[in-house]
Structures are given as structure tokens and as C-alpha cells.
Design a protein around this ligand. Structure first.
Ligand SMILES: Nc1ncnc2c1ncn2[C@@H]1O[C@H](COP(=O)(O)OP(=O)(O)O)[C@@H](O)[C@H]1O
Ligand SMILES: [Mg+2]
Length: 384
């Protein structure tokens, strides 16, 4: 794909600050429910920022307030440095791409893309040029005369994207735009979207509940919980240094061990294993949680070696081939299992029912204050 000049509008050719979005203490209530809770966030011009979190945490509401479809009960929203409060959606320098593409079924692809420009009485020749540039950008020019019903889901999503890009917005808001696509197509579109975004220099605010999607595309990720931001950082940071057990549980996978805090705050004494951390401590806490990612756990056939910290024996419940990795589920007791992933080429050959021993390095253990609500759905052993 080449980006036609008709659509390129690089940040360096713009007024400084164009495309930045600032939320200042934004709150939105529905009845007595707080959907967005005193949220502050600064999005840089040209940044790819994702709002990530489980269903109901306030992502769509936040996006709709930036777009102007909802109005905050408190706080301010600045787009390109100016308050957008009171501006209707079409007067904001933003465009939205929804999961449901909402294409007009009775119009051709080209007419769908041209619609917004026609509403704004753009000259016909310019409309033609910008529509074909937008269709080139999403590799859909040869479908210009089809109707949306004659297109696949992925093709319809490309048209929805072209329809937004044709307006040359400074900010593009995307609400789970790839959610309806099958996995392979979704991964292709992730790559394309990211390339497009960096080429066009448009600010992207991207809503998703898919942590892999957020990790692979974003400059920064805002992880949301109950209407507020729990952590705002780049992918490396939220993965390696999650700010809370909630973030640790939501980004990637974790084995959590809950129990009394021991070893001067450097360990957690769980039912099956004492977990020691070489990274930080839980000073002054009674109980805590230790978290170890499946990819940091080593597994081998059990020996007679006595259990020490960060070493635990169990029985192999299942082995699954995931392609690049092998995944093992090890039962530690009635109430807990541990998930292990090893690169396939070096994964040990073990069978279901084998006695195994799992170990990990203290350097890979994170400690958090106990937060059961954040880490529900850990790897509990199924009933025996
Ligand atoms: N129009 C509405 N009326 C009442 N409650 C709403 C409305 N829109 C959203 N909510 C509530 O606000 C919370 C946040 O919703 P939403 O922003 O859609 O979350 P997300 O996009 O993260 O799934 C949810 O509890 C939801 O039920
Ligand atoms: Mg939503």
C-alpha cells in the first residue's frame, strides 16, 4: 500500500498540538452507576493509544465522549488543545469507526465513502480524488461499485475505515473495529492498521478488550478498571512491570499464589509453595499475592529433591500443543493448579499423570497486595 498524497497530512505539517486529546477529570454517570470515574488522560498528537479492559469498564463511554455522542457530567475534553465541550460530533476534528460498520446498504462502496464529503459540499473533483485515494489505502478500489452486502466482513470493515479516513481527521476513534473478524484476518488487519496509522500520522484512540491486540499495536496502553485508568504505559512496561495484580492478570497470563507475607515482605507462603521474589517487597502487609508468568516456569519429571522456595511438586493434568509453545497444566492440590509454557523445540516430553516438579527464578516473581477481585479466574484445579 502506498499512501496517496490526497490523504497524507503529517503531524509535522500541522499546527503544533493538532491531534492531541486531553481528558481532565472526566466523569460520566448513568443513573447511580458511574461509567467513567474522574478520568484524566493525555494523548499525544500522532500517538496510537489503546483503551484496554474487560467489558463494562467504561471504554466505549470514554470514546463516545471524545466523539461527542455522550457528554460528561464533570470534567473537560480538549481536542487539539481546545475544549470540545458543547461541540456536536461533526464539528470535532475526529472520526469514529465502530465494530458494527453501519455502512449504507443501498449505496455503493464509493458512495458510502463519499457521503461525508458530499454533506460538507466538497467540490466533486476533490471528492473523486479523495475517495479513490481512501479506497487505495485500504486496497478496495476495485470494489468501488459493489454494495456492502456483496462484501465480506473484513472488506466491509476496510470500507468503514476508508469512510473515516477520507475526512482526514486529526484523530481517529476506533471501538473494537476488528472484533467481528476471524482470527487470521484480525491479525492481518492489526498489522495494516498500525502501518496506516504511522504513515498517515493520525492520532488513534483504539478500544479493545483483547490484550494481545493492544500489546501488538499501541504506543501506549491505558488499562481500565471500573471507569478509571489502572495503568498507562507502553507494552513492555505493562507486561514486565504491571502496576497492580489487576493489570498483571489482564495483560498476559499469570499464576497467582495467595497467602501470608513472609521473609520480611519478600515472600508469600501459599498453601503449596513458598514463593520468593527478587523484585521488591510487600512491606507491612499481612497477606499478599505472588505472580509468576507461565513462560517463566520450568518443568521436569519429579526427582526426590526436597521442596525449597520457588519449587513445587505436582501431577501433570494436561499437555497442549500451541504451535510455538507447549502448555502444561499441573495440579498442586484440590484448590490450585499452575500453568507452564515452554518453547516447543526444548519442551520436555511428559505425559498426563506424570509426577513433575516446577521451578522458577525469584527474579521473575512479582508481589502484589491481596486483591482477590482482580485475580479471579486463576488456574484452580478442576474437581478430582
Ligand atoms: N446508555 C447507557 N445507559 C446506561 N448505562 C450505560 C450506558 N452505556 C454504558 N452504560 C454502563 O456503563 C458502564 C460502562 O459501559 P461501556 O463504556 O460500554 O463499557 P465497555 O465499552 O468497556 O464495555 C457499563 O456498566 C454499562 O452498563
Ligand atoms: Mg464497549
Amino acid at each position: 500500500m502506498t499512501a496517496p498524497d490526497a490523504l497524507i497530512d503529517r503531524p509535522d505539517s500541522r499546527t503544533p498540538g493538532t491531534g492531541g486529546v486531553t481528558l481532565e477529570g472526566v466523569t460520566k454517570r448513568y443513573g447511580d452507576q458511574v461509567a467513567v470515574d474522574d478520568l484524566s488522560l493525555q494523548i499525544q498528537p500522532g500517538e496510537f493509544l489503546s483503551l484496554l479492559g474487560p467489558s463494562g469498564c467504561g471504554k466505549t463511554t470514554t470514546l463516545r465522549m471524545i466523539a461527542g455522542f455522550e457528554h460528561p457530567d464533570a470534567g473537560d475534553i480538549l481536542i487539539s488543545g481546545r475544549s470540545a465541550l458543547g461541540l456536536p460530533p461533526f464539528k470535532r476534528d475526529v472520526n469514529t469507526v465502530f465494530q458494527a460498520y453501519a455502512l449504507f446498504p443501498h449505496m455503493t462502496v464509493a458512495e458510502n465513502v463519499a457521503y461525508g464529503l458530499q454533506q460538507r459540499r466538497t467540490p466533486k473533483a476533490e471528492i473523486r480524488e479523495r475517495v479513490s485515494a481512501a479506497l487505495d489505502l485500504v486496497q478496495m478500489r476495485r470494489f468501488a461499485d459493489r454494495r456492502p452486502t456483496q462484501l465480506s466482513g473484513g472488506q466491509q470493515q476496510r470500507i468503514a475505515l476508508a469512510r473515516a479516513l477520507v475526512n482526514r481527521p486529526a484523530v481517529l476513534l476506533l471501538d473494537e473495529p476488528l472484533g467481528a473478524l476471524d482470527r487470521q484476518l484480525r491479525e492481518e488487519m492489526q498489522l495494516e492498521l498500525k502501518l496506516l496509522q504511522s504513515r498517515l500520522g493520525i492520532t488513534f484512540v483504539f478500544v479493545t478488550h483483547d490484550q494481545g491486540e493492544a500489546l501488538s499495536m499501541s504506543d501506549r496502553i491505558a488499562i481500565m478498571r471500573d471507569g478509571h485508568i489502572e495503568q498507562l504505559a507502553d507494552a513492555d512496561t505493562v507486561y514486565a512491570r504491571p502496576a497492580s495484580a489487576y493489570v498483571a492478570a489482564f495483560v498476559g497470563q499469570q499464576n497467582f499464589f495467595t497467602g501470608a507475607v513472609v521473609d520480611d515482605g519478600h515472600g508469600v507462603d501459599s498453601a503449596h509453595v513458598r514463593v520468593r521474589s527478587g523484585r521488591g517487597a510487600l512491606a507491612g502487609q499481612q497477606s499478599g499475592q505472588a505472580a509468576v508468568r507461565p513462560e517463566f516456569v520450568r518443568i521436569a519429571a519429579a526427582t526426590d529433591a526436597a521442596g525449597t522456595a520457588n519449587t513445587v511438586r505436582g501431577a501433570l493434568l494436561s499437555v497442549a500443543h500451541l504451535g510455538e509453545t507447549m502448555q502444561y497444566l499441573v495440579r498442586l492440590g484440590d484448590d490450585q493448579s499452575i500453568l507452564v509454557r515452554r518453547p516447543t523445540p526444548t519442551a520436555p516430553a511428559l505425559g498426563v499423570g506424570d509426577a513433575v516438579v516446577c521451578t522458577w527464578d525469584a527474579a521473575d516473581v512479582l508481589l502484589f497486595p491481596a486483591d482477590a477481585a482482580a485475580t479471579d479466574g486463576g488456574y484452580l484445579a478442576p474437581p478430582a
